[in-house]
Design a protein around this ligand. Structure first.
Ligand SMILES: Cc1cc2nc3c(=O)[nH]c(=O)nc-3n(C[C@H](O)[C@H](O)[C@H](O)COP(=O)(O)OP(=O)(O)OC[C@H]3O[C@@H](n4cnc5c(N)ncnc54)[C@H](O)[C@@H]3O)c2cc1C
Length: 382
């Protein structure tokens, strides 16, 4: 049985720790923060007693049976359907863009077939093979909807013109020609009754797991362990030797009110002159609870500086080139596996994070049993 160090107590680190601990390995999990659950952390706000999603709204959704069973093993998932609204041009619409949005926006009463033909007539057919986000939107959505719902929201979110972003961001057609306003298409969707932090605490609650919070990784720690799993930023592992991978960071500005402030958990603000991207009203994530007061977060996106929390990997050409170089370095390392959204520099939903963490743990155990060198990455990263 090995002594293993896991850096990061988010879903990646916790799930791998649990799998290794259950077969008898001695696992130490460290995190520089004063709480577990990484960016999925939730806490009860002191003034309102509302469960707040500290690092932005998190809705659990998946098609994966194994992952759904796993999350339910460690916490009670309550039924929850994410329905997002969008404000553009001083009017409120339903997202993802669906028949209701189209009919409201164009003041029409179109049927699904009529709406398809109507949108098709607006699409820019001169664009054969869209390369950029903007071309993809103009080709499949048409100019009016693109400008109202995507253009300025995207500029605010990514800090760059949509013509600089790859078409892949908008690859799946973001339009529905029916009245379905469920934001996600997955079979399972829910919200943990006691928050995500309680779930991760339960995952980590095992006699073979030692948890150390407010503990930043430093290299000398390594000598006490036979193997390490790294879910911190890939470039930080190498002290940013080749430069920094680009991220967007978020600022959340809280405000309070009585009763119901906006009537929905998440409302996006698509207009250029509104500086924030969305407002989250946290009480709506727990409709089974009753609170007289309310807390909202205004969300602002900006370039990530070296002391900021990295949220969204940018992954433009330069970042991908740098990523390739860091991957080469990582693959030459011994005794460490890189996982998770930061360790592999990808956007990962929670269900994908859990799935990959379970697969990584299986693969590690297999390597340990067969005395093989574990891989630095078990997933395709680029
Ligand atoms: C704004 C936003 C909204 C999201 N909404 C959803 C959603 O609705 N649904 C969904 O499924 N997913 C959502 N996600 C994705 C979700 O946050 C990730 O899937 C999840 O956080 C990945 O977990 P992780 O363990 O890989 O990383 P993290 O949660 O980031 O955990 C990594 C941990 O490592 C620690 N760490 C890093 N470096 C060090 C170091 N040197 N020493 C010690 N500790 C260190 C960090 O403190 C952190 O706690 C969202 C993401 C964002 C940014």
């Amino acid at each position: 049985m090995k002594k293993i160090l896991i850096v990061g107590a988010g879903f990646s680190g916790a799930v791998i720790a649990r799998s290794l601990a259950e077969v008898g390995h001695k696992v130490t999990v460290i995190d520089s923060r004063d709480h577990v659950a990484g960016n999925c952390h939730t806490y009860r706000d002191e003034k309102t007693d509302i469960m707040v999603h500290k690092y932005g709204p998190h809705i659990f959704h998946t098609d994966n049976e194994t992952v759904w069973e796993y999350i339910n093993r460690f916490g009670e998932m309550m039924p929850y359907v994410n329905r997002v609204k969008a404000v553009t041009g001083n009017r409120v619409y339903s997202l993802p863009i669906n028949l209701h949005t189209i009919n409201q926006f164009f003041s029409e009463t179109l049927s699904p077939n009529d709406a398809k033909a109507f949108i098709e007539a607006q699409s820019d057919k001169s664009i054969d093979e869209p390369q950029t986000f903007e071309e993809q939107a103009l080709r499949f959505v048409g100019k009016p909807l693109y400008e109202a719902f995507f253009k300025y929201y995207t500029i605010k979110q990514w800090g760059t013109e949509p013509s600089n972003l790859p078409a892949s961001i908008l690859k799946r057609l973001p339009l529905r020609f029916n009245y379905d306003d469920n934001y996600f298409n997955h079979k399972y969707q829910g919200m943990p009754r006691n928050g995500y932090t309680s779930i991760v605490e339960n995952i980590l609650n095992h006699h073979n797991i030692e948890l150390k919070l407010e503990t930043e990784y430093f290299e000398e720690m390594r000598s006490d362990f036979e193997y390490m799993v790294w879910s911190g930023p890939l470039d930080a592992y190498f002290n940013h030797r080749l430069g920094r991978l680009g991220y967007r960071t978020l600022d959340f500005v809280p405000f309070y009110g009585e009763g119901d402030i906006q009537g929905n958990a998440v409302i996006n603000y698509c207009d250029e002159q509104v500086p924030y991207t969305r407002i989250t009203e946290h009480k709506h994530f727990a409709p089974w609870e009753d609170h007289s007061k309310s807390i909202c977060y205004k969300e602002y996106s900006r370039a990530c500086d070296k002391n900021d929390i990295p949220y969204y990997p940018i992954r433009l050409m330069n970042d991908k080139k740098l990523l390739g170089q860091y991957i080469d370095m990582a693959q030459r390392c011994n005794g460490v596996t890189f996982v998770g959204r930061l360790g592999t520099y990808r956007y990962l939903d929670m269900d994908v994070t859990i799935k990959e963490a379970l697969e990584t743990a299986d693969a590690l155990l297999h390597s340990f049993e067969n005395s093989k060198k574990p891989k630095a990455f078990y997933q395709t990263v680029i």
